[in-house]
Design a protein around this ligand. Sequence first.
Ligand SMILES: [Zn+2]
Length: 276
Amino acid sequence: MPELPEVETVATALRPHLVGRRVMRVCARVERLREPLDMQALARLEGEAVTAVYRRAKYLLLEFAGCRLVLLIHLGMSGRLRLAPVCHPLAGHEHVDWELDNGNLLRLRDPRRFGLVKVAEIVAPGDLPAELDGLGPEPLEPEFTDSCLAAACRGRRRPIKNLIMDSRVVVGVGNIYASEVLHRAGIRPGIPAGDLRPARIARLVVAIRTVLTAAIAAGGTTINDFAGVDGREGYFSRELQVYARAGERCLRCRRGCIRREVLVGRASYYCPVCQR
Ligand SMILES: [Zn+2]
């Protein structure tokens, strides 16, 4: 599943190809992904120019300031975006195209159809649409602090892993990076959030920043097109320390053997020796 670093990489890679380009035609070959596609709303983008491309949480946003609209794209479980010439032959599961005024198109492929494509209104350029209200702080922005994570943990019995994956607490820490972050911080995924002392919470904040920043940097230096953004394929799987390594030796302490545990329905990986 594409996580925050992958979406950031996609936004960075797409930006120079999209900003200033006009969308000439929107073409959808399915009626719905996670939600029904609103074709009337998508058609409002036709003839409009992209003025900004950015990421918020795991959403990719294409802003069309001229008409005060934002195209929200969430890649869901299996979505990926690519640029291709308009005449490029269709492959399987390629559901939506945005044809541009330079003979290219932006094409969404989404085999599992958990992605989201939605047109939202904004009042002024740079605004976030109301659809994104209620999201917590961005993990790499200064607003995400020890004290805000400590406040979210206080008195909570839910496992710390689930708490950091809650987008009301902090956005963009998905299942893969949650395991990675907790391994780096030396914290067991199943520990009740309220049991963590301030020093460990501070370590966790640093780990979240470090792991996500490293993943973005890895994506930014090795990705040549937008093909490598689905699931564990591609560039970032090489960086993983614990995720999907059950039974293997811990790369940090070299003593523990990585364990897999299911927490609230999601696979979690940890080292029983160096994570407490
Ligand atoms: Zn270990």
